[in-house]
Design a protein around this ligand. Sequence first.
Ligand SMILES: [Zn+2]
Ligand SMILES: [Zn+2]
Length: 266
Amino acid sequence: MIRGAILLAIATIVGYLYAQYQVSSGILSRFEKNSMLTMHSIKGFVNVYIVKDPVSKQNILIDAGNSGDEELIANYLKEHQIEKLDAVHLTHGHGDHAGTVSNITQRFPDISVGCHKEEHSFLKSGQLFTPKPTIRLIKWLMPYILKYNIVKPPKAFDCGIIYSNASETHHGIKLYHTPGHSNGSVSFELPNGECIIGDLMGGGFLFANSPSWPLFYQDYEQIRQSVQFLLKETNCQVFYVGHGKPFDRPSLLQWLEENPTNPADL
Ligand SMILES: [Zn+2]
Ligand SMILES: [Zn+2]
């Protein structure tokens, strides 16, 4: 009982600190080639991004936040006069990234929803699939994270757009299959070299703007290969993540150099 209370207190503090170092809400960038095209971020438990293109009149949500973030997203849309969402594309299907999709599809019935085929099997049955923690603290906290519904399973929904393992373009945004954090994780490349990679890597915390291993993983070697793929095959210059602050290409190259071997399993 006391152990549970202590762990819950630690989880609350960690969660609070975690939330403090997400990307701030607001307009992140205006694209050089088209100054009206903007990328927004909504700060919650997880970073949610909106690519707003007034030329095509499309508003694309990339990741949909944790269950319970519905109001946060609705308020942001209202504040920034975004009346309609045309598509939601998911970097992966974990509950903290897909939690509001069923609510969003009710609100915008014409919206397109995209996810990778590997994640769709979980999402269409509303399951929470939990990968392996990369640090011991999270391993200890995991039963409590599940017990107290800190990350809830998303309500079941169908993805109308199902990504394959090949590179694809949807709503003008390129995506690549970048497994490792989960089997169906993908990364999105925007026209100005900004990329949204979900939880493929952890972002910077506190004063650091450097990448880190994500808090959960499916396969360390796949993470490394996916990172090398993005560096080699894309023009990604800045990497926006699901948790933490973004980092740039030189930081990622340095991280690879400083981490030549994969961590041991816990
Ligand atoms: Zn995840
Ligand atoms: Zn996440």
